[in-house]
Design a protein around this ligand. Structure first.
Ligand code: SF4
Length: 234
C-alpha cells in the first residue's frame, strides 16, 4: 500500500445506486473547494481535516468483500482534490474491483490522469454553462474546468453520465432545459435529474417545489427524446 496520505471522510459499505447496475462500496473523499447550497456532505468539505477514518482500514474491509462486491465508487467531497487519488484507485484495482468516480469536474488535468484507471464516471452539472449561474451555485468561477472535464469524458469513450440536482431555489425548468440542450449538443448520451432534498438550514423549500421541477412535461419529453439514458431520481 503506497498511499497513506489519502484522507477519507466516510464510507458506505454497500450501495446499489451509486454506480449504476453495480454493487459498490462508496468511499467519500475529504475536501471540496465548492460551496453548493444543497450539499449534504458539508462536514467533509474542509480539505484534509483529521478524523477517525483510515484508508488502510477501508482496504482491509475491501479484502473481506472480494466476491461479494463488484466495485468501489470514489465520491466526496470532490475526489479530484487529493493528489494521491490514483494510488488509492490502484490499491482497489489490485483487489479486483471496478472503479466508479463521482466528480463535479474540478481539476480536469487530474481527471485526465486517473481516467485510464476508471470504469464509470458520474459528472455533476450544477447549472447552465454560464459563468454567473454556475458561480451562483458553486461559489467560485470554475466553469471552464467543468467544461474541460466534460470534453475529456466525451473523448474518453468510457461509460459516464451527467446529472443535475434540481434545487428550485437556484434552477428553473428553463435552466434544466438549457442544460439538457447543451449536453445533447455536445454529444452526451446519459443525463439524469436528481431530486433536491432540503438541507438542514433550508426551512423554506417545499416538497411540491422540488417535485414541480421534476414533473414538467416539456422537460421530461425533451429528455426522453434526446438521451438514451435519462430518468428522474427521487
Ligand atoms: S461539489 Fe459536492 S461536496 Fe462539493 S459542495 Fe458541491 S455538493 Fe458538496
Amino acid at each position: 500500500m503506497n498511499n497513506s496520505k489519502i484522507v477519507v471522510g466516510g464510507v458506505e459499505k454497500f450501495s446499489a445506486v451509486d454506480f449504476p447496475g453495480t454493487l459498490s462500496a462508496v468511499v467519500f473523499m475529504q475536501g471540496c473547494p465548492w460551496k453548493c447550497p444543497f450539499c449534504h456532505n458539508a462536514s467533509i468539505r474542509e480539505i484534509l481535516k483529521e478524523n477517525d477514518f483510515s484508508w488502510e482500514k477501508f482496504v482491509d474491509f475491501l479484502r473481506k468483500r472480494i466476491g461479494r462486491l463488484d466495485a468501489v465508487t470514489f465520491s466526496g467531497g470532490e475526489p479530484l482534490v487529493q493528489d494521491c487519488l490514483a494510488d488509492a484507485i490502484n490499491d482497489v484495482k489490485e483487489l479486483g474491483f471496478k472503479i466508479g468516480l463521482h466528480t463535479g469536474g474540478y481539476r480536469p488535468e487530474h481527471l485526465a490522469r486517473v481516467l485510464p484507471l476508471i470504469d464509470w464516471v458520474g459528472l455533476d452539472i450544477k447549472a447552465p454553462f454560464e459563468v454567473q449561474k454556475y458561480q451562483n451555485i458553486i461559489g467560485v468561477n470554475h466553469l471552464a474546468q467543468v467544461e474541460k472535464s466534460l470534453d475529456l469524458l466525451l473523448k474518453w469513450g468510457g461509460d459516464f453520465e451527467c446529472r443535475t440536482t434540481c434545487d428550485p431555489r437556484f434552477l428553473s425548468v428553463d435552466d434544466l432545459l438549457t442544460i439538457a440542450q447543451t449536453l445533447k449538443n455536445k454529444g452526451v448520451k446519459k443525463y439524469f435529474l436528481q431530486k433536491y432534498r432540503p438541507v438542514a438550514n433550508d426551512k423554506v423549500t417545499t416538497d411540491d417545489a422540488c417535485e414541480s421541477l421534476l414533473s414538467d412535461e416539456r422537460l421530461l419529453q425533451y429528455l426522453q427524446q434526446n438521451f438514451s439514458g435519462c430518468e428522474v431520481r427521487r
